[in-house]
Design a protein around this ligand. Sequence first.
Ligand code: SF4
Length: 324
Amino acid sequence: MTKYPSHISIETFHGCNARCTFCHVNQWERKEGQMTDEVFDSILKQLDGWGQKYIKQTALMLNGEPLFDKNLEERLSKCKSAKLPNVGFTTNAQLFNEKRIAKVIEADPDYIVFSFDTLDKDKFEQNRLRLKHERVLNNILSFIETRNKMKSNIRIVIRHIDFQADKKEFSNYLEYFGKLLRRDIDEIGYTKVHNSAVKKSIDENLTDHCGTSPCGAVFNRLTIQHDGHVVLCPHDFNAEYNFGSILESDILEIFNSKKFNEIRLIHEQNKRHTMSKCKGCDEPELNLKGEMYAKYTPSGELFYANVFTGFDHNSEREKVDTKK
Ligand code: SF4
């Protein structure tokens, strides 16, 4: 039976302006650069038909800062014209300016995620090397204001990364952004740092081995790097598990290939620790505990906490009362 991914990540640009201490950016070995139109248009063409039906999230980002992609707005518009679901991207916001903010809003994506870990300037700049706290915060505030002025319905997600995993700052953070965001559509994310870069898990109960639970990424995610190769998951930044190029094989054939299915079987048999990339990755275990990625409405209601099976924003959000 044909399997379909529910999440697709398309790396329209590989490379980043930041050097975050908790990210694997310093381990990237692939050549930096922009996805060509040939690759991007081929992806869209291949998704047409089933993508509109099965995909729940279309993310134009992977290992890199999407605002480096000079065609980002045009590509967002193309995804929207193709009627792909839940189109958007995650950004560190440093490269925004007024003109770019307006252009992105005009492209009308469904969502934008701002990775803005903390309101504490020192903590932010110690962890987000090369980024300036004031500039990033001003860009986010300006995006919110312009979105509102332009009467756009882009969902804004502001994501807090809790470096100490002690939730000490989160209530202030929630209060600060809760007042600024639209209660009917916006979100505030809470994330613990996963260990893909630093190797040591923030959860002291997890050993170097981390666990054997099957990972949702291998069942649900389609991860396409900027040169068109499909890899295991967003943490496979150096393409250790390369399933082939979408320019040479059909995307669905790659997703349903023998090689990909063998990896799913390894996960189903709780043998994930036998794979070099998955051994020691704490995402599945943190996610199972609901500690990987939680979402809150601006009024503070928790409405979703499963990074691998969620992202169906509309149905998840309908379950909570956002009018308080
Ligand atoms: S266990 Fe970690 S490395 Fe393996 S597929 Fe899942 S997220 Fe990726």
